[in-house]
Design a protein around this ligand. Structure first.
Ligand SMILES: Nc1nc2c(c(=O)[nH]1)N[C@H]1C(S)=C(S)[C@@H](COP(=O)(O)O)O[C@H]1N2
Ligand SMILES: [Mo]
Length: 391
């Protein structure tokens, strides 16, 4: 009688020559580069969003954050096809039997595989949550995206460094040889694939390129037409997309009320309360500054309004202090932000009243919003109601 048993695969079940260290190292190299850039630009973004900065975050160049956050999202997107092909190419190793007879090798194997398990889990989590964030889908309520994404970035990069250190000898040797060299192949990898290794690697890089083009239009204007995945494009009043609408923020009434005033609180007491007409009577300035969203899209706007520094000096607040900026919005994480002194004193930092020569649209923050150079979009507070300086 013939019985068939379901057995887990062994490394020998995988016979394709495409699943090789030669492919894994080439794709892995660019995956490592993407992760490195993504990690560093992520640190910049995290630092930029801290309420206080031990080392002041620079206000120039005004497009700095636009560039670093564009790179962050772009390299993260490029990493997705690279990671998938990388995992596919090394899959047989998952089914290798542990060297049970040799305690020393067993320990090393457990450590090495443990670090890879951590690396894969953290990478998948980072890319998945990053994509969901860029798509503005926040299914989680129980944890903060930024805190978790930041913490796991260190886990991922740490595990990556261990992985690279362990694999460096093989990687160097494999990269020094032709891609079709078989000296590092598994013995069972004897079957030529449906395409050559070179073609697989090129297709993978092309897929990463397409993924980048499909999202980068959120940042690069001339790419917009090919960017089918870009979550935000050029639409929106004044050429700037709208992130949260006035309706969603629940400020339709308060923002359009004739009673609206911008309160300036200095050392705990209301120093002045300015109406929109008061603000319009002050000297007006115009700046070209981007809104650069953490989600990866960005757009340049021509903003006009009063200098924040003028308003603060007018209210008797000294230069060199951080400013707490509060929105009319009653709930939500972005209703209140801290503007570091360097930004508050920069002459490009405006309380914008106009965008592209027109009064601010309600959804862009009418009657008055903050716009500062080199600042994450999430901190460019809309529908301002109060500025506070000092105690
Ligand atoms: N009060 C308030 N201000 C806010 C937000 C918000 O939700 N509430 N969103 C921020 C985010 S995440 C971005 S990217 C910018 C977008 O500005 P826009 O909608 O005018 O493009 O506004 C910022 N200011
Ligand atoms: Mo944003």
């Amino acid at each position: 009688m013939v019985t068939t048993r379901l057995r887990p695969p062994t490394p020998d079940s995988f016979t394709s020559r495409l699943r090789s260290p030669a492919v894994a190292a080439r794709v892995g190299l660019w995956l490592g580069v993407s992760f490195g850039i993504c990690f560093l630009t992520g640190l910049v973004s995290h630092y930029a969003q801290l309420p206080t900065h031990p080392i002041p975050f620079p206000t120039s160049p005004s497009w700095g954050y636009r560039l670093t956050q564009g790179l962050h999202v772009t390299t993260g997107v490029a990493a997705i096809p690279l990671l998938l092909v990388k995992l596919w190419s090394v899959l047989p190793r998952l089914f290798e039997a542990p060297p049970l007879g040799d305690p020393r090798r067993l320990l090393l194997t457990v450590l090495e595989r443990g670090s890879i398990a951590v690396l894969v889990a953290a990478s998948v989590f980072q890319l998945a949550t990053g994509v969901l964030n860029a798509a503005q889908w926040y299914p989680w309520t129980s944890f903060s995206f930024r805190t978790t994404h930041y913490a796991l970035a260190w886990v991922a990069i740490g595990a990556l460094l261990v992985h690279v250190a362990v694999k460096l000898p093989v990687v160097r040797d494999v990269l020094a040889h032709d891609i079709d060299d078989t000296s590092h192949d598994r013995p069972a990898a004897t079957v030529a694939g449906p395409l050559s290794r070179r073609a697989l690697v090129r297709t993978t890089f092309a897929a990463a390129g397409v993924a980048v083009l499909a999202t980068a239009g959120g940042t690069v204007p001339w790419l917009r037409r090919v960017s089918v995945f870009a979550t935000r494009t050029g639409e929106g009043p004044g050429g700037v997309p709208i992130n949260k609408s006035a309706r969603a923020a629940g400020v339709e009434e308060s923002a359009t009320s004739a009673d609206w005033r911008l309160e300036v609180v200095v050392d705990g007491a209301v120093a002045t309360a300015l109406s929109l007409d008061d603000l319009r009577r002050m000297p007006q300035h115009t700046v070209d500054l981007p809104i650069a969203c953490v989600e990866g899209w960005s757009a340049q706007g021509t903003w006009s309004g009063v200098r924040l520094a003028d308003v603060l000096r007018g209210a008797g607040a000294a230069a060199g202090s951080d400013v707490a900026v509060t929105s009319l919005q009653q709930a939500g994480a972005f209703r209140r932000t801290t503007l570091p002194a360097g930004f508050a004193d920069d002459e490009r930092t405006l309380l914008a009243l106009d965008l592209a020569g027109e009064p601010l649209a309600l959804d862009h923050g009418f009657p008055c919003r903050l716009i500062a150079p080199n600042r994450p979009g999430v901190l460019q507070t809309k529908w301002l109601s109060r500025l506070e300086v000092g105690a």
